[in-house]
Design a protein around this ligand. Structure first.
Ligand code: FAD
Length: 354
């Protein structure tokens, strides 16, 4: 039987991040990807932004995540010979003069200095509605995740490391020397399945919640916006005169299709931000793998310890996945403990209960 160090299940941002760790460490691996139109990584807006813009607070481990992710995408650009990282500032629309003051105060805080420009910028675009101007966030931009997924799958295919099939959990066999799947032996299996986790009998005791997100692609030739704009929604430039607008957040959805209701909601929010003609060209939908306590899910299965998990990237997979993959890799291979906040052991009681 052929032996590999790792089997990776799922090729979204998490799976790609873990593959990169394995390649750098010189480990053998195979990836299984079932292929789906609605994986979170395929439709993601791709935005990376280390600040929570509702409350003006840094995201969890902002500096570390930002540094690891930016280095990661630069290396991928070199490896895949294509541009993935479009560095663009995020302009946060200020709702009133008081918010402008709060922005200036926040920009002086030790944890935010690095990310918030202290100036309040005035609006000079006649098609943008922003009476009180903007605060500018630094070290932000957009990763073209759709392009990354295609290029990375091509790369793996060229090395015969990608199997385009769904993993059937019942065919996984556990032995003392490794996990057997389809006549191959693996030292570890790492599940990077996003919302697919809900069907995984080994890990579905964990509190992963599907959060449905919809976004629109619009054509707005008059807008002439070259930065990412954040108001009630994001407007992200993607190519000449074309923008992504969204997104919605819904964890109590009743159907798995794009809805007219969400489309109208995005359009109505868009109209509070721009004053120009636009047409909707496309309507996308995906499901974010979010977690009850808003922290990722990493670790080994409590009983089948050759099965590991890299999941729960929530609304910020672009920044989170590279550093989480690094943490899991160091844990599995060098026994470096995971931070309690991200270790799935925090939910072990649920397994016993089930
Ligand atoms: C509309 C929307 C907009 C978003 N915008 C942003 C954004 O701007 N910035 C940001 O940082 N994040 C954003 N996100 C969140 C981000 O997309 C996710 O955090 C991230 O993509 C999760 O990546 P993942 O690899 O963990 O999961 P996924 O991308 O869901 O990948 C999991 C993969 O596993 C495969 N799989 C599952 N089960 C199996 C199986 N049994 N066998 C084989 N393969 C399997 C699936 O086909 C899938 O390809 C957005 C999400 C949505 C839905």
């Amino acid at each position: 039987m052929k032996k590999f160090d790792f089997l990776i299940v799922g090729l979204g941002l998490s799976g790609i991040s873990f593959c990169e760790q394995l390649e750098a460490g010189g480990h053998s691996f195979l990836v299984y990807e079932k292929g789906t139109d609605a994986s979170a990584s395929t439709v993601a807006g791709g935005l990376y932004n280390p600040v929570v813009l509702k409350k003006f607070t840094p995201i969890w481990n902002a500096t570390e995540q930002s540094k690891t992710a930016l280095t990661f995408y630069t290396r991928l650009e070199q490896k895949l010979q294509t541009q993935l990282d479009y560095k663009l500032p995020v302009l946060r629309k200020l709702a009133n003069a008081r918010e402008g003051e709060l922005w200036k105060e926040a920009s002086q805080k030790e944890t935010l200095k690095e990310f918030l420009d202290s100036e309040v910028l005035l609006n000079d675009n006649p098609h943008i509605l922003a009476e009180f101007g903007f605060g500018k966030v630094k070290h932000t931009g957009r990763i073209d995740t759709g392009k990354l997924l295609i290029a990375y799958a091509d790369y793996l295919r060229s090395k015969q490391l990608l199997v385009q099939e769904k993993i059937e959990y019942t065919n996984i066999k556990h032995t003392s020397y490794g996990v057997i799947y389809h006549n191959k032996v693996y030292r570890f299996v790492v599940f990077c399945e996003g919302c697919g986790l809900l069907k995984n009998p080994f890990f579905n005791y964990l509190p992963l919640i599907e959060n449905k997100g919809e976004l629109l692609q619009i054509f707005a030739p008059g807008l002439q916006l070259e930065k990412i704009l954040k108001g009630p929604i994001f407007i992200i430039p993607i190519k000449k005169d074309r923008y992504l607008a969204g997104t919605t957040y819904d964890h109590q959805f009743t159907n798995r299709l794009p809805t007219a209701e969400s489309k109208n909601l995005i359009i109505s929010k868009l109209k509070t931000m721009v004053d120009c003609e636009f047409t909707v060209e496309d309507h996308f939908l995906g499901f974010r793998p979010t977690v009850l306590d808003r922290r990722p899910l990493l670790g080994k299965h409590p009983i089948q310890t050759r099965l590991a998990l890299l999941n729960g990237m929530g609304t910020r997979g672009v920044l989170l996945a590279p550093s989480m993959a690094k943490n899991l890799y160091c844990y599995l291979l060098f026994d470096i403990p995971l931070d309690k906040e991200i270790d799935i052991r925090r939910y072990e009681k649920r397994l016993k209960r089930d």
